[in-house]
Design a protein around this ligand. Structure first.
Ligand SMILES: NC(=O)c1ccc[n+]([C@@H]2O[C@H](COP(=O)([O-])OP(=O)(O)OC[C@H]3O[C@@H](n4cnc5c(N)ncnc54)[C@H](O)[C@@H]3O)[C@@H](O)[C@H]2O)c1
Length: 287
């Protein structure tokens, strides 16, 4: 089935980026959030991103208008009744995701794929909240969505081949590189690799082996990473990284490699969460 109309649930950081890339490949988009103000903020962010693209000469002004015209904001879930594909990007809270998937399952046509942008949660558990578990899968984008090239396509326990193929094809149409996660497992590929390098970096500093600055310099110049682990934690939010590490500890058999260093906890207790609070591993001026 050709995908012409896509429902995006959640108009936050990820949802608005996802709505934008869907509209840029010519699809009609229904962007749903719980309050008008959130929907408007999401659409304003898309407008801002596209305006910058026009200023930089990467896009014609007429194309920007056409992309925006394809996105319809709503607070009414029933407006997703005739979509061909759904991408969910609400908060990372399991009970909320289950509730949203239950609602989507009732509203959307049978056979429509319901994909989740969850960063780490079980697709099997989310799918079990619906009567179409074989049509539920993970479609994990990275922030900022229009710029980051990867999409992880995740199989839950019930996901069928058709669903994986349709999701992969859609991501490729958006110009993304895709990888398939064959088994439902916490953190998939990228976060499972990202968190240990953060934990190890903090341990190196805690043990007095090197400074924060030198760890970042070493990782950038020696591994050719674009950002060091401390810079990346400050950008992502130290609390977010910490919560993911704790989640892995619980879900991955309490292996010692997932134990969070004391210094990690101290940063949270000090309210130094990264760029968003004006200070993290580095200082960014008052917020
Ligand atoms: N921010 C990132 O870097 C990132 C990267 C990859 C994946 N993710 C995942 O994407 C998802 C969304 O993250 P985010 O950073 O965009 O969060 P966000 O807080 O920016 O946005 C979430 C939005 O969902 C809305 N919402 C809540 N309940 C809703 C409902 N019932 N129906 C519709 N909308 C509802 C909220 O009002 C909010 O606008 C999470 O699962 C997160 O783990 C985030």
């Amino acid at each position: 089935m050709e995908i012409k109309k896509i429902g995006v649930v959640g108009a936050g950081t990820m949802g608005n980026g996802i709505a934008q890339v869907c509209a840029q490949i010519g699809c009609e988009v229904v962007l749903r959030d719980i309050e008008d103000a959130f929907v408007e903020r999401g659409i304003k962010n898309i407008d801002r991103f596209l305006s910058r693209s026009v200023e930089k000469g990467k896009m014609e002004a007429s194309e920007k208008e056409a992309v925006l015209a394809r996105i319809k904001g709503t607070t009414n879930m029933a407006d997703l009744a005739d979509v061909d594909f759904v991408i969910e990007a609400v908060l990372e809270v399991m009970d909320l995701k289950k509730k949203v998937f239950q609602e989507l399952d009732e509203i959307c046509r049978p056979g429509v794929v319901l994909a989740s942008n969850t960063s780490s949660m079980s697709l099997t558990e989310i799918a079990a909240a619906t009567k179409r578990p074989e049509k539920v899968c993970g479609m994990h984008f990275f922030n900022p969505v229009p710029l980051m090239r990867l999409v992880e396509v995740i199989r839950g326990h019930f996901t069928d081949d058709e669903t994986v193929a349709a999701t992969t094809e859609l991501a490729k149409k958006m110009g993304k590189v895709t990888v398939e996660i064959k088994k439902d497992s916490p953190g998939f590929i990228v976060n499972r690799i990202m968190i240990p390098h953060m934990i190890e970096a903090i341990k190196i500093v805690e043990e007095g082996i090197a400074t924060i600055e030198d760890v970042d310099i070493a990782v950038k110049a020696g591994l050719n990473y674009p950002m060091g682990p401390f810079e990346l934690m400050d950008l992502t939010g130290i609390d977010i990284c910490f919560n993911v590490a704790e989640y892995f500890y619980q879900e991955l058999n309490k292996e010692s490699k997932w134990v969070t260093p004391t210094l990690f906890k101290t940063m949270i207790r000090a309210g130094k969460l990264g760029r968003k609070t004006g200070a993290g591993w580095y200082e960014y001026g008052k917020k």
